[in-house]
Design a protein around this ligand. Structure first.
Ligand code: COA
Length: 332
């Protein structure tokens, strides 16, 4: 193939069965259903079973994506797992997924870019496809955030949920698939969204556990301000790279963190609500899993057809951000 694109040829997702509602949270921390809905838009979230780790959620989503693309595990050249909740510090969750699904011919590694992880992973997949190194890449965004949430901290525990989404990325018709992308990070702001202990900076000890330092800590206001600013800025910048205008977008799938952040991004972009896909009311913020799960649901309700312009945009710990414009390449 002389000129070719890199596009998504299969999508799948998996959400744990167990639902935790806002009323359930009222029994754990000093909060209310009304506060959570008004300040975030979230009504409920899914919680992984005790014996389910991120790779278990990932493997089911991956099976579904492979079926959707019409490929078998042996076809896969590379597995990329975007996650901030790996099964272990090492080996990578991608290697665990490889074991679960039997993708014996694949290389495998994880990508940690906070909630922007899936955007980073898709962009990495495109680079491997366009360079000719690989032809079939399994890209997963997957999180078991309930395992690293501090269930005593009302500032964070109401926000997050568990789930997994997966895509198969392959060469596609030129001019289709991923047509522009923009990635960014600002490491100076690492402290505003962090798990302080459990790595080499502060290894896990009795003290770190007692002080709750192995859980998520967040400066919500700082993240909020950053998110509102960067969603509009990154979207505009990637649209410019793609030579498109806001009105050319058929569907926007933003990172699903907070409905107020999404609404202000829509305002900045001057985009109507009908063009944005939102499912955060059902799942909360699933970090790297948010966008692929939303993409799978959007496809199931026929929100995308071949030739449509799809904009994905995310922000997260790092701080990181990223956006991708795709000309949808897949037939129904
Ligand atoms: N229930 C009830 N009250 C709560 C609460 C909860 N679950 N969480 C926080 N509050 C309280 C705060 O303690 C604060 O009280 P105070 O004024 O007495 O200190 C008050 O509500 C208002 O806090 P504030 O931070 O101004 O609320 P907010 O409107 O900014 O909403 C967030 C808080 C966390 C929802 C919001 O800042 C946010 O969404 N930030 C971004 C988070 C995010 O997206 N993180 C992931 C990034 S990938």
């Amino acid at each position: 193939m002389v000129g070719y694109g890199a596009g998504i040829t299969g999508v799948g997702s998996f959400l744990p069965k167990k639902v935790m509602t806002n009323s359930d949270l009222e029994k754990i921390v000093d909060t209310s259903n009304e506060w959570i809905i008004e300040r975030t838009g979230i009504k409920e979230r899914r919680i992984a079973e005790d014996d389910m780790a991120t790779s278990d959620l990932s493997a089911i989503a991956a099976q579904r994506a492979m079926e959707n693309a019409g490929i078998v595990p042996e076809d896969i050249d590379l597995i990329l797992v975007a996650t901030i909740t790996p099964d272990h510090l090492f080996p990578s969750t991608a290697c665990m997924v490889q074991k679960h699904i039997g993708a014996i011919n694949a290389a495998a590694f994880d990508i940690n870019a906070g909630c922007t992880g899936f955007i980073y992973a898709l962009t990495t997949a495109k680079a491997f496809i366009k360079s000719g190194i690989y032809r079939k890449i399994l890209v997963i965004g997957s999180e078991a955030l309930s395992k690293i949430v501090n269930w005593k901290d009302r500032n964070t525990c109401v926000l997050f949920g568990d789930g997994a989404g997966a895509c198969i990325v392959e060469p596609c018709e030129e001019g289709f698939g991923m047509i522009a992308e923009e990635l960014g990070s600002d490491g100076r702001k690492g402290d505003v969204l962090i798990v302080p202990a459990g790595g080499t900076r502060k290894p896990t000890s009795l003290e770190t556990v007692e002080e709750g330092l192995n859980f998520i800590e967040m400066d919500g206001r700082e993240v909020f301000k950053f998110a509102v600013r960067i969603m509009g800025k990154s979207s505009k910048s990637v649209l410019k790279k793609a030579n498109l205008k806001t009105e050319d977008i058929d569907l926007l799938i933003p990172h699903q963190a907070n409905i107020r952040i999404i609404d202000s991004a829509l305002k900045k972009l001057n985009l109507s609500k009908e063009k944005v896909f939102v499912n955060l009311d059902k799942y909360g913020n699933m970090s790297a899993a948010s966008i692929p799960v939303a993409l799978d649901e959007a496809l199931k309700v026929k929100k995308l057809k071949k030739g449509d312009n799809l904009l994905l945009v995310a922000f997260g710990a790092g701080l990181t951000w990223g956006s991708i414009v795709l000309k949808w390449n897949k037939e129904d």
